[in-house]
Design a protein around this ligand. Structure first.
Ligand code: CA
Length: 225
């Protein structure tokens, strides 16, 4: 469950928020001034900060600015009054959202859920990767890498490699590879498979000193991993 830091100097409000958030199942940390708040935000593995603007020590605006120098964690600002200047300053400093006191707790909880949801979505990997040892395939861009170095593969070489990695640890016959990777015009001509296996070996195994593709004599090829 997410860890939420509440930076609020008014003990009654802080306590109320703590109880409500714990009731929702969140883990809650409290800080009663700006300096402590900043320290906890950066050191205590926090997922989201509820940050009051009017604080002793450092103002909420300043805390927000300094958090943003190091982290993109969601920050929801609390403003004591409906002060447009405060709101604009908070959002300028990179706050994700703000609420004006007094606020309905349900609304704050809803905004916390939205902010955490957005955070978990943006931290999900955006690309689909397939990896075997140091060889990585980016299934979205159809590119292949050895460590960080991109392999220069033709479309067919890439498709053959992807098919073999998807079916790793299975001996794949030439017919199987031909049927799954090539168009039907090559039907029956399994030499083309040997030719492309040779290309892949030159570009990967020989170039990087690997033994990615093995020959299973009389049967076909296999990638183990
Ligand atoms: Ca305050």
């Amino acid at each position: 469950m997410a860890r939420i830091l509440i930076v609020e100097d008014e003990a009654k409000i802080a306590r109320f928020l703590e109880l409500e958030l714990k009731h929702e199942g969140y883990e809650v940390l409290l800080a009663g001034d700006g300096r402590l708040g900043l320290e906890k935000a950066l050191k205590d593995n926090i997922d989201l900060v509820v940050l009051d603007i009017m604080l002793p020590g450092l103002s909420g605006i300043e805390v927000c600015r300094r958090i943003r120098l190091e982290s993109q964690m969601p920050i929801i600002m609390l403003t004591a009054k409906d002060d447009v200047t405060d709101k604009v300053a908070g959002l300028d400093m990179g706050a994700d959202d703000y609420m004006t006191k007094p606020f309905a707790i349900e609304e704050l909880l809803a905004r916390i859920r939205v902010a955490l949801n957005r955070k978990s979505k943006s931290s999900e990997p955006k690309v689909d990767l397939l990896q075997i040892g140091d060889v990585k395939l980016n299934l979205t861009s159809h590119s292949a890498y050895f460590k960080e170095e991109e392999l220069i593969l033709t479309k067919k070489e890439y498709e053959l490699l992807e098919y073999m990695i998807r079916n790793k640890n299975m001996v794949l016959t030439r017919e199987q590879l031909l049927n799954n990777v090539w168009d039907y015009e090559y039907f029956g001509d399994t030499n083309v498979v040997d030719v492309y296996i040779r290309y892949l070996r030159q570009k990967i195994d020989e170039k990087y000193g690997l033994h990615l593709i093995s020959t299973v004599r009389g049967v076909g090829y296999i990638i183990k991993g």
